[in-house]
Design a protein around this ligand. Structure first.
Ligand SMILES: Cc1cc2nc3c(=O)[nH]c(=O)nc-3n(C[C@H](O)[C@H](O)[C@H](O)COP(=O)(O)OP(=O)(O)OC[C@H]3O[C@@H](n4cnc5c(N)ncnc54)[C@H](O)[C@@H]3O)c2cc1C
Ligand SMILES: *[C@@H]1O[C@H](CO)[C@@H](O)[C@H](O)[C@H]1NC(C)=O
Ligand SMILES: *[C@@H]1O[C@H](CO)[C@@H](O)[C@H](O)[C@H]1NC(C)=O
Length: 547
């Protein structure tokens, strides 16, 4: 079932891509033995690079810049600005009962074995991975169920790799096989972006086209699946459950490529202690100066091309620093940046999903009654879909009768100063959860005094004996992935780079990392003289530089 055995096919793809790519390929590199990257006396000064954002994109930019700089023997001084007090961005953990020995993911929780950058970095930095869902308590009959607001339309016992293919085949006939095949083809095309002749790419639109991926991004998931012969019931009951838990979007909205990403769940893993550890390790290895609690307010390009970055830490006065390159490694619309003069390419404002994540601990199990179930337990992971016959089209408020996207039982933990074990749950919803909803799914019939007293009671108003710990967070988690065939520019102006345009293509930790690496390679390439080079030769550089 692995999709790593595709190198043969990649060869054929490669030569095809070369044809498309050749026209877009103007700049290039020197060979290792005649590398003469330095152009003048002033070039002996370290290249000064500012990276704004210490999430996957920014950390990967710094990590690969260091590798390329070392390989090409170019001195660099990298500064990473992060307005939050922690490294990781949307990849971060919180501690159950505030106990640092029980971290749980608040944002991005899993990646998969085909995510090359993350897998490689985890190995390089000696970080331990664990199979996704390995901590789940396993005391329900079913591990996974898909709820439509009335009934469970699908249930399965094991989560060996999330979807049980045998069970799916039995229930849906050929649709799962077709989906699997389509997913593998799509993943293989995507992997072309990591290699010669596509990598590094100065235009994501061109690279996506050359990789033949626009066929998937041009249509909605619903259209893409139908066109490829995947039945409507399988799409709605299984694939849409996946696009909803992963992106809070139904198939008539989200594009075909991101739909396929949702089905590529094989080999789902996470880093013990938190995925943010990858990005922390990357930043440490890069030797970058990481400035936490420091917000960049403006970028000002001077006549000579250098960039003046103004930042503030806490309440102290604004500080200016000069740089040769600036990388914006987070969604521009949320960065609060003033940039002058105006950018050559101003990224569009992209609508982002507002996702409410509620983590909580409780001695209670999820109530089978709430789910109209006569069974003694409900599935540990409850995904949702729309009931048959209800078509909400491309509406953003598409959650439907279930009211939530997913409920996962993460693990059982010992409650502090109690002998009892409590369950830790994670709920994704488009709105803040009401106290009533939480009480209902836990099967609590009593209404507490504290809850009655509050005007709009929420989880914090429930008694401590029922909810022993909770954490609520509202994210702008990922874009609404409407079908499209062009993506934001990577070079926004001379020496100003942007990683987050890739989120409208695929929004994951891995793709942000890929774009960080790509920007690092584009910057490194700009340091070098530009003899005409064969792309295969150039690829050897990027490949070797990573060692
Ligand atoms: C709840 C949730 C679940 C998810 N699940 C998954 C999953 O299972 N797997 C997966 O791969 N992906 C998942 N994702 C998506 C994933 O988290 C993102 O795609 C990825 O982390 C984005 O990384 P990034 O570096 O591009 O952006 P971010 O992580 O957002 O990093 C940008 C950083 O820039 C900083 N910043 C912004 N402006 C400024 C400024 N002016 N000055 C200084 N700093 C600034 C921000 O504070 C932030 O830390 C999930 C996301 C959420 C929210
Ligand atoms: C790197 O750049 C920062 C910010 O401009 C500066 O404070 C620091 O002294 C520089 N470090 C080196 C080693 O040049
Ligand atoms: C950042 O700010 C937080 C709280 O505002 C503080 O606890 C933390 O120590 C600060 N971190 C750094 C590195 O300054």
């Amino acid at each position: 079932m692995g999709y790593s055995s595709t190198t043969g096919a990649m060869g054929a793809f490669r030569s095809l891509f070369l044809f498309f790519w050749i026209t877009a390929w103007y700049s290039s590199l020197v060979y290792a033995d005649n590398q003469v990257p330095l152009r003048g006396a002033e070039e002996n000064q370290p290249k000064r690079i500012a990276v704004i954002g210490a999430g996957s994109g920014g950390a990967s930019t710094a990590h690969f810049l260091r590798k390329y700089a070392d390989y090409f023997k170019v001195p660099v001084n990298i500064t990473v600005y992060e307005r939050a007090s922690y490294v990781g961005g949307r990849s971060t953990t919180v501690n159950v009962f505030d106990d640092p020995s029980i971290p749980v993911e608040l944002g991005a929780s899993i990646f998969v074995e085909v995510n090359r950058n993350l897998v490689k970095a985890a190995k390089e930095f000696g970080l331990l991975t664990e199979t996704a869902f390995s901590a789940r308590p396993r005391d329900s009959d079913d591990s996974l169920g898909v709820w439509d607001g009335q009934r469970f339309v699908y249930q399965q016992q094991d989560t060996s790799f999330w979807w049980n293919i045998a069970k799916l085949l039995w229930k849906y006939g050929l649709a799962p096989v077709r989906t699997q095949r389509l997913m593998k083809q799509t993943v293989n095309k995507f992997l072309g972006l990591y290699e010669s002749p596509l990598f590094p790419f100065s235009s994501l639109s061109d690279a996506a086209n050359a990789a033949s991926l626009l066929d998937a991004t041009v249509s909605t998931g619903a259209e893409f699946l139908e066109r490829n012969g995947v039945s409507a019931d399988f799409s709605r009951e299984i694939i849409q459950a996946s696009t909803r838990v992963n992106y809070g979007q139904n198939l008539p909205l989200i594009h075909g490529l991101e739909t396929m990403v949702c089905m590529a769940a094989e080999g789902a893993i996470s880093i013990q202690g938190g995925n943010w550890r990858i990005f922390d390790a990357m930043l440490k290895a890069s030797g970058a100066e990481v400035r936490l609690n420091t917000s960049v307010a403006s970028i000002n390009q001077k006549e000579d091309g250098t960039l003046s970055v103004s930042s503030t830490t806490g309440h102290s006065a604004a500080e200016q620093s000069e740089f040769d390159e600036v990388v914006i490694a987070g969604p521009l619309q949320e960065a609060g940046l003033t940039i002058s003069p105006e950018l050559d390419h101003v990224p569009d404002r992209i609508p982002y999903v507002e996702l409410h994540v509620t983590l909580f601990a409780s001695p209670h199990r999820i109530s089978p009654q709430y789910f109209n179930s006569g069974a003694s337990s409900v599935p540990e992971t409850i995904l949702t879909t729309l009931p048959q016959g209800l078509d909400l089209g491309s509406r953003r408020d598409g959650v439907g009768p279930t009211g939530f996207w997913s409920i996962s039982t993460l693990q059982k933990v010992k409650a502090p100063s109690q002998s009892e074990e409590h369950y830790v749950y994670k709920i994704f919803s488009p709105q803040r959860l009401s106290a009533q909803f939480v009480a209902d799914i836990l099967g609590l019939d009593r209404e507490a005094e504290s809850t009655k007293a509050a005007t709009n009671p929420t989880i914090g108003d429930l008694p401590r004996e029922d909810v022993s710990w909770f954490y609520e967070k509202t994210w702008h988690s990922y874009p609404y992935l409407y079908p499209r065939v062009t993506f934001e520019e990577i070079s926004l102006a001379p020496h100003i780079w942007y990683t987050s345009g890739i989120e409208s293509f695929i929004s994951t930790m891995e793709t942000s990392s890929l774009m960080g690496k790509n920007v690092a390679a584009l910057i490194a390439r700009s340091w070098l003289d530009k003899p005409d080079q064969d792309t295969e030769e150039e690829w050897n550089h990027w490949d070797k530089a990573e060692l």
